[in-house]
Write a protein that binds this ligand. Structure first.
Ligand SMILES: [Fe+2]
Ligand SMILES: [Fe+2]
Length: 243
């Protein structure tokens, strides 16, 4: 059976470090179990999707490159813990950090199952065409016995655009952190693509956020010369997307 021969995905060590901050051992083990084996069983068939370490977090707008999902998980967890500090220190309010960290890490954990990939583009897998990542995550969390408060925070992470509005502090933090990171990533990619279009007339294939930050900084410091130098330095033989 495919399940027996397939190696478990090895999560990024930053993801594991964040999971290690969850104090409740039962919840921590459930989160680690899901990160190591993000799969679902439907009608006797196990769906695994892209390896977690290779998956993007979206097809086009943000984190649309290999390892984009792991970056997004780490970034949302980081934003979330900062928001926990604000809630506790500025507003003197209560927040359950275990729930926040768990939901921040696993909110998009089913995305790899919804994607397919070719050399040139990401598309939808047959499973992803039929069930969205949020529905898959919620049903799998219920199946694996996750606490209701984690299930709610995951169910509500799309905020007003999702099926459930955030009703708890923990869910609101995850929704805000998710939105902040998607916007940060998406907008720096847009800014770098604009600079490349303006200076080179073309874009780098699957530009990463790290590259985008470098290109935007290079443009700020040296204009188009800086952009040309930065692109040559980061990808001497880069595959280009014509605009
Ligand atoms: Fe999502
Ligand atoms: Fe997300």
């Amino acid at each position: 059976m495919e399940e027996e021969v397939r190696e478990r995905s090895i999560p990024d060590e930053e993801v594991v470090r964040f999971a290690g901050l969850i104090k409740d051992e039962t919840l921590r083990m459930k989160v680690l179990g899901l990160i190591e084996d993000p799969s679902v069983l439907i009608e006797g068939e196990v769906y695994h999707g892209l390896p977690l370490k290779e998956s993007p977090a979206a097809k086009v707008h943000h984190h649309a490159y290999p390892s984009g999902l792991v970056e997004h998980m780490v970034s949302v967890a980081t934003f979330s813990l900062t928001l926990c500090d604000v809630v506790q220190r500025v507003y003197s309010a209560e927040v359950n950090r275990d729930i926040v960290i768990a939901a921040a890490l696993i909110h998009d954990i089913m995305k790899p199952l919804t994607y397919s990939q070719t050399e040139d583009r990401y598309g939808m897998s047959p499973l992803g065409e039929r069930v969205d990542h949020l529905t898959l995550a919620v049903s799998e969390l219920i199946h694996r016995g996750f606490p209701l408060e984690v299930i709610h925070a995951v169910a509500a992470h799309h905020g007003k655009g999702g099926p459930t509005y955030p009703r708890t502090v923990e869910a609101l933090i995850c929704n805000l952190a998710d939105t902040a990171d998607a916007n940060l990533n998406g907008e720096i990619l847009n800014a770098a693509k604009w600079a490349m279009k303006d200076c080179l007339g073309e874009e780098i294939h699957r530009l990463t956020a790290g590259e985008a930050f470098s290109i935007v900084r290079a443009r700020q410091k040296k204009g188009c010369i800086g952009v040309v130098e930065a692109v040559k330095q980061m990808r001497p033989k880069a595959k280009k997307d014509k605009i």
